[in-house]
Unconditional design. Sequence first.
Length: 400
Amino acid sequence: MNKIFLALVTTICLTITIAAPVYAQTGITVTKSTTLPKFPLDLTFQVSARSNAPITDVRLQYKVKQLGFVDVTAEAFPTFTPSASVSAEWKWDMRRSGGLPPGTIIEYWWVIKDSAGETLKTPPGQVTFEDTRFKWQKLTQGLITVFWYEGGDTFAREIMTAAQDAASRLQQDTGAFLKEPVRLYIYASSQDLLGSMIFPQEWTGGVAFTRYGAISIGISSLNLTWGKRAIAHELTHLVTNQMTLNPYNELPVWLEEGIAMVNEGPLQSAFNQVLAQAISNNKLISLQTLASPFSSFAEQSYLSYAESYSVVDYLIRTYGKDKMFALLETFRQGSTYDGALNKVYGFDTQTLNSRWKQSVGVVSRTSRKLRLPLTLVGASFTLPFFTVTAFVLRRRVRRV
């Protein structure tokens, strides 16, 4: 059984100075190497060096720890005045790239040359880009770590239980499982969450950074029920990204969102109502359309999520979890949408669309006789539509 570790993460100050040893290779010596994080806006790298001959070239090389296909090294050219003793600085402006999630690890080193032809490459250093506004505590169980700063141990354990249960349900239903560690940053309010982002929207409820294995989300004891469903939804995206990441293709959106919706639990009544109305009026959106990003119009977006849930639920109930796992594995190999469906199920997107519509009671456009599934009968739309829309928009701002 995995042990649960509980520790207090404290931050001394916003400025982190690395007391670097003196790096000397031939005539060049590094006397200081410093990083100055200012989350979430920027990260400054500073270096001081001296040599017997004038230093003519200083470069910063760095790598960001994230899921990817190749080992990418970036290079920056700080400004300095050539001399036998120099100080150089480069500021990474996060506003140009959209920002990084808290806890991102950056590995870096300096390459320095002088006019005598000597070159020094320093050993790699690391800096963790943390949100230092709060005194974070952390709780780790298996591959999941929860970071929080308000709410107590009981609150954190409820969050951890929700995340572990979501991971277990997902593996039980689809075979998908976590391969890499994930981090959940639980902000105590939406305002605190917004302060961790570069370009926040006021209705933001959370952000999933799939490439970085991180989720930032605003949850308090007052919205814990919503928070648990949101954690299940976003954690599912991190898992499916780990399972299917490839350089050739991504999952169709209906499949990615449908798996996440199913893992939240039973479809909520408001979604059921929208789906039932679309079935009754024969105005379902085709799966071919739902393979692309969902509409920005609230009603269409809401229906898109509901349909995605229904289609994935149909596939799992009808063909089982082994087929769903095989589908994810096929997508990991870079298969096309129809290619993956044909290989695993023996039919393409259009055929799946027809079979699913028949399963929910749509017989034809010319017939008004419908057979609604039992899960839709009696569904009530109790919330004003603007409230429901806000709920949908709060699910996610972006995925990186």
